[in-house]
Structure formats: structure tokens, C-alpha cells
Design a protein around this ligand. Structure first.
Ligand code: BTN
Length: 250
């Protein structure tokens, strides 16, 4: 099969993830829907994704599994899609001279500020994935953000460069697609690369256990196969957390 992304630019849409979902039967694997403007961009935890039209990248990659797409992927390995996407975005930023890290599971940070968010929506058929919609919101040229966002940044704030979003998108997609291919041929190397880029890996840091709101200190050791975050607490206890079960004190 071909591994090249086919990019379609849309002037305005509610959300590229929602649009991809509406059109899913008609879209080939690795179609990318990218919008100059989203009127109802969606983020994680039911939040909105609010960015200025035309200044940033907001797009969704459609990934299909099966005869005309990627090799079948068991649902229990779905975290690999997060790994590939986050690692690909970091690879792209590296190529631009911007050092970024992955705040588990797939936020992209530059130092202590968020430059990119990812919303992955998977559809299962039995024990396997049938398709995945990978939504990416990368802050490219925006310099001012609404006050309700706690720690945003953009490529331009960090580098002082004004980018052409249409020229940057194919470069970013290539980095992501290269990592998605690793799920098929070199999944353990991908997992290692992902862990190597984790924000606060091995660094004594403060967290909140969301089950009871208590604060604790510990060190991130890595991520298990299911994508759970492994943290060693100060008293030497190993704990595993799923998404929404832990928050970072930043
Ligand atoms: C997050 O909350 O960090 C995830 C943000 C994901 C935003 C992107 S923008 C393109 C795609 N379409 C959406 O509606 N959301 C994702």
C-alpha cells in the first residue's frame, strides 16, 4: 500500500475530526483534512480547541486498517497510535530546530508550555481497530492566546520565525506517517523513542492523584504496553495511572 498522506485543505469546518467522521466511508487511508478555520474545534476531556483562524495547523489524519490500509491492529495495542503521532510531531519540531517533549499521553510541550494537542478517536470492530481519526492542533504562528489557556506557546513565539502553514503541513505529516509505519515494522523501537521524549522523564516532580486529589512526589519511569504511565513515588512504590487519573503540577 502507499504510505503517502493526501492533503485536502478546507476553508472552514466545525471540526476536522467531526468532518472526517462524517465522510469516513468515502475517505482513503492517510487522507488528511486540514482546515484554515474550525468553528467548533474539539479538545480532550470535552474541552473546545480555540485557535485563531489561519495562524495554526488544525487537521485530522484518517488511518484505516485492513486490506486497503494498515496491517490489522488489536485494540489492546491502540496506544501505539498515540506514540507514533506524538513522536512524529516531536521529530518535525526537531527538524525545525525546536526541542520538544511529550507530556503523556500525547500533549507536546516546549519546556513547560503546550505547543500542540492531539485528539485520537478510534473505531473498533471486535478486538481490532477499523479506523482511527488522528486530530492534531499545532500552534504555529499565533502569539496571543485567550487567558483561560494556562500555558500555551507556539513555534513562532519560540523561534521568532513566521511559518507558511501550507508549506509546513506536508513536512509534519511525513514525520507522523513515518512513525505510524513503525507500528508495523519496529514497534519496540517506536516505544523506546516515545519514552525517551517524555516530559519530566526520571525527574523528581509533583503530581496530583486524581482519584482523591492528594498531591505526591515521584519520578516518571515510563509507560507500559497498554499506555499506562508508570511513576515511582518518593517512598519507592511503583504506581500506574490511566489518562485522567493523574495530573502534573506545572
Ligand atoms: C487537546 O485538547 O489537547 C487536543 C486538541 C486537539 C485539537 C485538534 S485541531 C484538529 C482536530 N479537530 C478537532 O476538532 N480537534 C483536533
Amino acid at each position: 500500500m502507499k504510505y503517502q498522506a493526501k492533503i485536502k485543505w478546507l476553508e472552514e469546518v466545525d471540526s476536522t475530526n467531526t468532518q472526517a467522521l462524517r465522510e469516513i466511508d468515502a475517505l482513503d487511508s492517510l487522507t488528511v483534512l486540514s482546515a484554515f478555520s474550525q468553528t467548533a474545534g474539539r479538545g480532550q476531556r470535552g474541552n473546545s480547541w480555540l485557535v485563531r483562524p489561519g495562524e495554526n495547523l488544525t487537521f485530522s489524519i484518517v488511518l484505516k486498517f485492513g486490506p486497503e490500509g494498515f496491517s490489522p491492529l488489536p485494540a489492546k495495542r491502540q496506544f501505539a497510535i498515540s506514540q507514533a503521532t506524538a513522536r512524529g510531531i516531536c521529530g518535525y519540531l526537531d527538524s525545525k530546530g525546536i526541542e520538544a517533549s511529550i507530556k503523556w499521553p500525547n500533549d507536546i510541550y516546549i519546556r513547560n508550555r503546550k505547543v500542540c494537542g492531539v485528539l485520537i478517536e478510534n473505531s473498533l470492530q471486535g478486538e481490532y481497530l477499523s479506523y482511527s481519526i488522528i486530530g492534531v492542533g499545532l500552534n504555529v504562528n499565533q502569539k496571543e492566546f485567550p487567558p483561560q489557556l494556562t500555558n500555551p506557546t507556539s513555534m513562532s513565539i519560540v523561534s521568532g520565525i513566521e511559518y507558511s502553514v501550507t508549506e509546513e503541513l506536508p513536512l509534519l505529516c511525513k514525520e507522523i506517517v513515518d512513525r505510524l509505519r513503525m507500528i508495523e515494522d519496529s514497534a519496540s523501537a517506536l516505544a523506546e523513542e516515545y519514552v525517551g521524549k517524555l516530559y519530566r522523564l526520571g525527574v523528581e516532580s509533583a503530581f496530583v492523584d486524581c482519584s482523591d486529589g492528594t498531591g505526591f512526589e515521584g519520578r516518571i519511569l515510563g509507560v507500559d504496553e497498554a499506555g499506562l504511565l508508570i511513576v515511582e513515588t518518593k517512598n519507592g512504590e511503583l504506581k500506574k495511572f490511566a489518562f485522567k487519573e493523574i495530573s502534573y503540577v506545572i
